[in-house]
Design a protein around this ligand. Sequence first.
Ligand code: FMN
Length: 187
Amino acid sequence: MPVRLVVGLTGATGAVYGVRLLTRARALGVQTHLVATAAGVMNAHHELALDRRALEALADHSHAPGEIGACIASGSFEAAAMAVAPCSMKTLAAIAHGLSDNLLTRAADVMLKERRRLLLMVRETPLNLAHLRNMTAATEMGAIVFPPLPAFYHRPRSIEEMIDETTERVLALLGIEGASPRPWQGL
Ligand SMILES: Cc1cc2nc3c(=O)[nH]c(=O)nc-3n(C[C@H](O)[C@H](O)[C@H](O)COP(=O)(O)O)c2cc1C
């Protein structure tokens, strides 16, 4: 059975993280399932000039947010892990409160109930108390809250390098074989 990764893409800025995750997972032989919200598709178009069709072509399987009967809505479908990349505060709130009001938040809910890896690349600044409380709630339920904050100790030379390093770290955290974040070697 293939290793399956669910990627949720929401309307927070940083659509490139979802895109990079999909392309890198594919290169590592992982079967990808994409669910992009309407705001996610809008931002991907604005930030990367990718329309829905181009976005969907990056995944092995693509599901609409309203398609609540899709395979990833059930725990019996064995997806190894899920990343929401990027994760808006709205979707974070829905996940933190178990709303399951669309396919993305339902798939995340499934990850939590099945005790599988769920990683949220939350993006907002500054953070209000609701954002902070929702991150705490998601963490208490077992999700990994992973704001895509670049590290500078590898002295990145480009934005692409920063994004790639973050992507590798995310894939490694999700347990994807072949992910290769650069280890710190010490001073
Ligand atoms: C250009 C743009 C950038 C945005 N960036 C963020 C962001 O970084 N974080 C966030 O929580 N919401 C951001 N938003 C707002 C979300 O897109 C909005 O709350 C939306 O309802 C989220 O819906 P979704 O979670 O279903 O994708 C942004 C909106 C736009 C138009």
